[in-house]
Design a protein around this ligand. Structure first.
Ligand code: ZN
Length: 60
């Protein structure tokens, strides 16, 4: 792996070891909030196939 500079994934500034992988507490909190936001707003789980139980002709 090339030794590229470790930067904050949010703003691109050099990350700090105490906040890694972020550069500051602000970026770390922002990422945490983003995670919580996405967790609470998960989309409705739809079946990968379009097979609904009201449309099955398998048995019969
Ligand atoms: Zn940052």
């Amino acid at each position: 792996m090339p030794n590229k500079p470790a930067t904050c994934p949010l703003c691109g500034e050099p990350r700090q070891p105490q906040f890694k992988p972020f550069c500051s507490r602000g970026c770390r909190d922002r990422d945490l909030l983003a995670w919580f936001g996405e967790g609470y707003r998960v989309p409705a789980d739809q079946p990968p196939d379009g097979t609904a139980d009201d449309d099955r002709f398998d048995e019969g």
